[in-house]
Design a protein around this ligand. Structure first.
Ligand code: HEC
Ligand code: HEC
Length: 152
């Protein structure tokens, strides 16, 4: 095998493995996209623990100042998948008292390089808007190579 093809193989394997580890867990119900990604990013389940996902799915009628209720069957399939794939270890498994990903200490430390001015840019508006900077957030991918802070 030539040097070049060995190199490409390593790169390809690297790409495959990093996206496999980071992507959305399998079995994602289609309703997760239609019901939970219409107002914001489809948050990957690994960013909150089981209790936080249970709190969120049990109170969708009072969801961060809005009504995000869904029918019982859809709610059941979404909450089962979220709870099954919730964070169980590490910093992202820490309980979040306000059920937010963005209020957690790991979120703050991962984003300490983002300035106050950058958070307020019109195309970003809120730290909850992961998609503004992580183009592949809806696919559960947040690696450093795919981060770009928009200029405006
Ligand atoms: C009608 C619009 C709407 C729908 C539908 C909706 N949400 Fe939300 N959600 C919001 C708003 C508004 C916020 C607060 C965003 C902000 O502070 O910028 C939010 C925030 C969140 C957060 C916290 C984000 C953070 O800051 O860490 C989570 C988690 C979340 N939603 C999960 C869900 C799930 C799961 C569903 C589907 C069952 C869902 N949302 C459906 C409007 C919605
Ligand atoms: C204003 C742009 C911006 C927004 C909005 C944003 N991020 Fe980030 N994120 C960044 C930057 C910049 C980094 C640091 C990348 C680096 O280490 O070079 C980062 C890093 C991360 C990392 C660590 C990646 C790694 O491999 O080290 C994760 C995980 C992450 N963000 C998740 C999220 C989630 C989840 C949301 C939404 C709830 C979000 N981010 C919203 C800009 C943003």
């Amino acid at each position: 095998m030539s040097k070049i093809s060995k190199f490409s193989l390593v790169v390809i394997c690297g790409l495959i493995s990093s996206s496999t580890f980071a992507a959305m867990p399998k079995g994602m119900p289609e309703s997760y996209t239609t019901e939970c990604a219409s107002c914001h990013t489809a948050y990957a389940p690994r960013f909150l623990n089981q209790q936080n996902w249970q709190n969120i799915t049990a109170t969708l009628d009072k969801h961060f100042g809005t009504d995000a209720s869904i029918d019982a069957k859809t709610l059941d399939e979404i909450s089962k998948w979220l709870v099954k794939n919730a964070a169980t270890k590490g910093r992202s498994a820490e309980y979040s008292p306000d059920n937010r990903i963005t209020s957690k200490s790991w979120f703050k430390s991962e984003h300490d390089e983002v300035s106050a001015e950058e958070w307020k840019r019109p195309s970003i508006k809120s730290p909850s808007n992961c998609m503004a900077c992580h183009a592949q957030a809806n696919a559960g991918i947040f690696d450093e190579d795919s981060v770009r802070i928009p200029k405006k």
